[in-house]
Write a protein that binds this ligand. Structure first.
Ligand code: MN
Length: 336
C-alpha cells in the first residue's frame, strides 16, 4: 500500500549558514538549542542533501516525502532576509521535486514578516512552482496569524486552495523561560503547547468565520487538541450563556470551537507512534482527517513505518491514512 509521508523536513545549506550566523550573534535558549543541533554533520546532511534520504525511504517502503522547510524556518530572520530565503528555498524545492516527481512533493515556505510578499509567494508557489500547500512554522517573532495584518496570506491561500501546514516552533521569547528549564522547549512539550495555542487563536479569533474554506494541517495528532474539543465547546458555551464573552474579550463565533476543528483542520501522525491516541483521533475526527507522517530526520523512518503498517486499522482506514487523504488534500497524483 502506497505510503506518503507528509511532514518531512529539508533545508537549503544557505539557510543553515544564515541560522548559524544568527546563533553566533544572539544568545537565547533557542539559538543555543539549534546551534548544537546544526553542528552535527549528519543532521545537516539529512536536511540539506535531498537525495541522501532516498535509500532510507526505499529501505522502509516510503514512496513519497511531502517536503517542507525545517522549523523555525525563514520566520527567524528579518523580513528582507526571510523573504529572500523563502524564495530561494522554494526554487530549490521545486527543482528537487522536478528531479524526483514520484518521490517528492513540496510545501512552499513564506515569510509572514512581510505579509504582502508572503501572500505573493503563496500565489507563486501554488502556480508556477507546483507546490501542494504552504508551511508556516507557528509564531513569527512572537506574533500570531490571527492578527489581521497577516490575513493577506490567508486570502491568497484560500484563493489557491492551498492547505497551510501549521508546523511547530519553539514558544516565543516572551514565554520561552518556563519551557527552557529541563529542555522542555522543543518536541518534548514546547512545540505542541505553542502550536495548539496558535490554532486555538485562529479558532477563537474568528479566522475561520472570515475564511470558512481555509485548510489547516497540524502534526503530532493535532497537537493534543482532539482531546480538548469537548471542554473547549463546554467552556465557550458556558461563558456565552452567562453573557461573559465581551467582558473577557472573547469573540462571538458563528460555530462551536470543535466544529472549526472538525471541518477546517487535518492532522498527521508525525512523531506519534502509539495506537491509542491514533484510535482516539480517528474516533473524534473521522478517517478522512488523519494522514501519515514520519517527521524526518527528527524521527526514525523505521519506527514510524513499523507503527503505521501494524496499526489496528481496517483496510479502508489504512488506505486513507497511508496515502488517499494526502492525495486528496494536497492534490498529489495517485500512483501510476
Ligand atoms: Mn516536524
Amino acid at each position: 500500500m502506497r505510503l506518503i509521508a507528509t511532514e518531512e523536513a529539508f533545508a537549503p545549506t544557505e539557510y543553515i549558514d544564515e541560522f548559524l550566523k544568527l546563533t553566533q550573534r544572539i544568545d537565547t535558549p533557542v539559538s543555543r538549542y539549534l546551534g548544537i543541533y546544526y553542528k552535527k554533520a549528519e543532521a545537516v546532511r539529512q536536511l540539506t542533501d535531498l537525495e541522501y534520504r532516498l535509500p532510507e525511504m526505499d529501505a522502509h517502503g516510503v514512496d513519497m516525502h511531502l517536503l517542507s522547510i525545517t522549523a523555525p524556518g525563514v520566520q527567524a530572520f528579518d523580513a528582507r532576509l526571510g523573504t529572500d530565503l523563502a524564495t530561494m528555498a522554494n526554487d530549490r524545492l521545486a527543482a528537487a521535486v522536478a528531479a524526483h516527481p514520484t518521490r517528492f512533493a513540496g510545501l512552499g515556505a513564506v515569510a509572514p514578516q512581510d505579509p504582502a510578499q508572503a501572500a505573493q509567494e503563496v500565489t507563486r508557489c501554488m502556480g508556477g512552482l507546483g507546490m501542494k500547500g504552504i508551511i508556516i512554522n507557528s509564531h513569527t517573532q512572537g506574533e500570531y496569524l490571527d492578527d489581521p495584518k497577516f490575513w493577506p496570506i490567508f486570502e491568497a491561500a484560500v484563493a489557491a486552495d492551498a492547505p497551510i501546514y501549521l508546523h511547530p516552533n519553539f514558544p516565543p521569547e516572551s514565554m520561552i523561560h518556563a519551557y527552557a528549564d529541563y529542555g522542555m522547549m522543543g518536541a518534548l512539550w514546547g512545540f505542541g503547547a505553542e502550536t495548539s495555542l496558535h490554532v486555538l487563536r485562529l479558532i477563537m479569533g474568528g479566522v475561520f468565520d472570515a475564511f470558512p474554506t481555509l485548510k489547516i494541517v497540524l502534526g503530532h495528532l493535532g497537537e493534543a487538541l482532539p482531546f480538548w474539543l469537548g471542554r473547549l465547546d463546554n467552556r465557550y458555551q458556558n461563558i456565552l450563556r452567562r453573557g461573559g464573552l465581551e467582558p473577557l474579550g472573547m469573540k462571538k463565533l458563528d460555530r462551536l470551537p470543535s466544529e472549526y476543528f472538525r471541518s477546517n483542520v487535518w492532522i498527521t501522525t508525525s512523531g506519534m507512534m502509539s495506537n491509542e491516541p491514533l484510535r482516539f483521533c480517528l474516533d473524534m475526527l473521522g478517517a478522512d482527517r488523519v494522514m501519515f507522517a514520519v517527521d524526518y530526520p527528527y524521527e526514525q523512518t523505521a519506527e514510524a513505518v513499523d507503527f503505521i503498517r501494524n496499526a489496528l486499522l481496517d483496510e479502508e482506514t489504512m488506505r486513507k491514512v497511508t496515502h488517499a487523504n494526502a492525495e486528496q488534500l494536497f492534490r498529489i497524483a495517485p500512483a501510476a
